[in-house]
Design a protein around this ligand. Structure first.
Ligand SMILES: [Zn+2]
Length: 319
């Protein structure tokens, strides 16, 4: 066996081993609260997250809050940013309401007007780039406080041709981001890097956790949907996460492809306002949900870090 053959055999063995350990897996990446106009302005009108995604070449779905365009110095610049997202071939645009209102707080009528207000510019842009606006994601994944509210809005969305978008995995990236940005603002860069690493490690733990639930219930790997946000920590660490997941045999698929998995054809049986994973919402009882939740990765350290920065900012604000 010559050197090249040896090398090839090792490579094939390595790929086989990875396949046996991890199995082929699929995930669709979804990003909420787009576009982050405050960060865009701070970064001299560059979206670092988009720049990174440009080279990753994976499909993503972004959920837009059009109110974000009214924030910051220039509406025109912000509109350009939204257009850049819409223009990308790998990007699917979804509606996340205009002002990120919470359905169970504002009620049906106000929520519907927030949905409709939130599609004005997105519709123009998807038309311009021959795309469709067909996905909707509830802010806070709050689908209403009871079954009546819940079915009322589902009917409305269906009548408008919207698909209500679930998720199976999230890892509190918004909370990691708050701590990360705080360290960076205080020029504590080593600590910020540590938070970035923790975000990756914990997210991988969450992937393993939710995968174990799906294997337990459905006896197979399902096509996952990961929820994260347009923020600093993802601008810096999402490519690393993608790399880690690729090594664990994940392929990155579109939301449309993910939703072909039969798990998503099940009814949501959860009628409270909390934004929990759909893997819980498809369970038969609260008891089943609670006993699975007990095994979730531990978030105590992050939660205490988050709490302490909140207390500090309250002190600064004189509360
Ligand atoms: Zn959101």
């Amino acid at each position: 066996m010559n050197k090249t053959m040896k090398h090839q055999t090792t490579l094939i063995l390595l790929l086989l081993t990875t396949n046996i350990i991890f199995g082929q897996a699929f995930v669709s990446i979804t990003i909420d609260d787009v576009p982050n106009t405050a960060k865009y302005q701070m970064d001299n009108f560059e979206s670092k997250l988009m720049n990174k995604l440009d080279s990753l070449k994976i499909p993503v779905t972004v959920f837009v809050n059009e109110e974000l365009l009214n924030k910051g110095a220039s509406f025109d610049k912000n509109y350009e940013l939204l257009e850049k997202w819409a223009k990308r071939d790998y990007v699917t645009i979804g509606n996340h309401t205009f002002g990120h209102s919470r359905y169970s707080d504002v009620g049906f009528d106000m929520f519907v007007s927030d949905i409709e207000k939130g599609e004005m510019l997105s519709k123009v842009l998807v038309d311009k780039y021959s795309k469709k606006l067909e996905y909707f994601r509830f802010p806070y994944n709050d689908l209403g406080k009871d079954s009546l509210e819940h079915s009322r809005i589902e009917q409305y969305l269906a009548s408008k041709g919207y698909i209500s978008t679930p998720f199976t995995i999230e890892s509190s990236d918004w909370m990691y981001n708050a701590v990360y940005e705080n360290y960076r603002a205080n020029k504590e860069f080593d600590k910020a890097v540590e938070i970035g690493r923790n975000y990756i490690d914990k997210t991988i733990e969450y992937f393993e956790f939710y995968d174990s639930i799906s294997t337990q219930i459905y006896n197979r790997k399902i096509k996952h949907i990961y929820l994260c946000h347009d923020n600093s920590i993802n601008a810096d660490y999402l490519p690393i996460l993608v790399d880690y997941l690729t090594k664990r045999n994940y392929s990155f698929i579109s939301l449309q492809d993910a939703l072909t998995d039969s798990v998503y054809h099940q009814n949501d049986r959860y009628y409270k306002k909390w934004g929990i994973s759909w893997l819980y919402r498809w369970m038969n009882s609260q008891k089943e949900i609670s006993s699975s939740m007990k095994n979730e990765p531990n978030m105590d350290i992050l939660e205490s870090q988050f709490k302490s920065i909140q207390e500090n900012s309250n002190e600064k604000a004189g509360y």
